[in-house]
Write a protein that binds this ligand. Sequence first.
Ligand SMILES: Cc1ncc(C[n+]2csc(CCOP(=O)(O)OP(=O)(O)O)c2C)c(N)n1
Ligand code: SF4
Length: 478
Amino acid sequence: MDGYVLAQARSQCFYPRFERKPESPESTHYCPGCGHGILHKLIARVLDEFGVQDRTVFVSPVGCSVFAYYYFDLGHVQAAHGRASAVATAIKRTRPDSVVLCYQGDGDLAAIGTAEILHAANRGEPFTVFFVNNAIYGMTGGQAAPTTPLAAVSTTTPYGRSALNDGYPLKMAELLASLEAPVYVERVALGNGKQITAAWRAIRTAIDVQRRGLGFSFIEVLSPCPTVWKLTPVEAQKRVRDELTKVFPLGVKCDRRRQTVPRSQPPAALPADQVEVLLRGAEAEGEWPHPLACQPVDVRLKIAGFGGQGIQLLGEVIAQAGMYAGLHVSWLPSYGPEMRSGTSNASVRLSTNEVDSPVVSRPTHLIALNEPSLRKFLASVEPGGMVFYNNESFPTDCVRSDLELVAVPFTQQADRLGDPRVANMVALGAWLERVPCLPDGALELALKAHVKSESLIALNREAIQQGRLLCAQRRYRT
Ligand SMILES: Cc1ncc(C[n+]2csc(CCOP(=O)(O)OP(=O)(O)O)c2C)c(N)n1
Ligand code: SF4
C-alpha cells in the first residue's frame, strides 16, 4: 500500500496467534487493504507505548470489526449494534481506572447508534472513541451509511445518494465538536503513509486525554473498504485521499486540553475506610462468618411483588450489603412502566465466586410479597430452595414438597410498626434468619447508603429485627 510501512515488532497487545481462523493464525478476517487492520496496529502501538494493556477495555461494535476480540489481548465487551458508547459509559463509570476504547463503524455509530454517541459526547464521558468512517456498510455488503457521499452508488442508493431523498453526509467529527463537553476531536485518514502517521499521532493524543482524566476524545478515521467499494487496495486509498477528504475535511475539530482540569474520581457510596472499619468491627465481634454461612455462598434470589412494595430497594440493599461483605454480587431490576401497582421483581446474586450472569431463572430463594408473584415464580425455584411468602400461610394449591416454605405476614407486621412501606425489611429479616449470608455491619452500611433519615434507618432496623423474630417462631414445611 502507498508508502505505508509500520516497521516494528508485533505489538504485545495482539495475541501471538489469532484463533479466528486457526488454519491461518497470522491473518485477520479483514480484506486485504482494509482500514480496520491498519487502525488496529496504530491503536496497539499506542497502547504499547503507554503501557496500559492490562487496564484497557475494548468495546467493539457490530460491523466488520465485530471480531476485534480475536486479535487484541485486552479486556473486551462486544456491544449490541450502535450501543458501544453506552456500554463504554457503563464500563468507564464502574472502572474509572480503566482505559476504555470504543470502536465503531459509520453504520454502527452514525445510524443506529446516533443517540448513544451524541449523548455520551454531550456528557463528556471520559473514554476514547474510534469512529471508522468507510462511507458504507461493509459487513452487510454495501448499503448506504449516513456518511455515504452525495451521488455515491450503493445497494440502497442505486442511482446515487441524493440530498433530497437521503439527506447529506453526516459529519460526525464536526457535529460532536460543536458540543461543549468533548475535550479532543480530530478527523484523520488512512490514505497514504503520511496520513497514517498523522492518524497515529491523533490516536496517541486521544488516548492520552483519557489517561490524564481530561474527558471525552473522538477520532474519526477515513478508512478504505476496497471490497465493497470494488476497488483495489491502492485505488481505495486513492479514493480516501482524493474523494473522502473533500467531503470530510481532515484536522483537529476541537482541542480543549488546555482549559480542562483532570476529573476527580467519582465518590464511593460510602468512604472506603468506613467500610473497612465496620467490616473489621463485625469480624471482631465474631458475627462474620456466621456459623451457618461458613460454606461458600451462592445465592440466586428472586424478590417479587407489585410496584410500591420496595422490591427494588430490597434487592439493592441486599446486593450492596453483599458487596460490602466482599462477595460478588449483581442486582437486576425488572418492572412494568407504572410507578405503582405494576409487577416488579428483582434478581439478586451473591456469590463467593464471580457472577457469570445477573439473570436469575432458577432461584435458590424466592421472596414473594404477593400471591400473583408466588404463583408466577414458585415453579422456577430450584429443588431444595426456600420460599418466603407474605401471608399467614400458603394457598393450598400453591405449594411444593421439595422446598422449604416460610409464611410470614410481612405487611401485617409492618403495619404494626406504623409504616406498611417497611414490609420489605420485615421480609429481609425473615430471609436473613434462614439465610445468614450477610454480616450485620455490611447490612447497616447498605441501609445507610439507601435510607437517608436516621429515624427511617431506625424503623428499618426494627422491621428487620421483627422479621427475624417472626421467622424464628413460624416455620412451615410442606
Ligand atoms: C440491530 C441490528 N440491526 C442491523 C444489523 C445488521 N448489521 C450488521 S453490521 C451493520 C452495519 C455495519 O456497518 P458499519 O457500522 O459501517 O461497519 P463496517 O462493517 O463498515 O466496518 C448492520 C446494519 C444488526 N446486526 N443488528
Ligand atoms: S468489507 Fe470493507 S470494511 Fe469490511 S473487512 Fe472488507 S474491506 Fe474491511
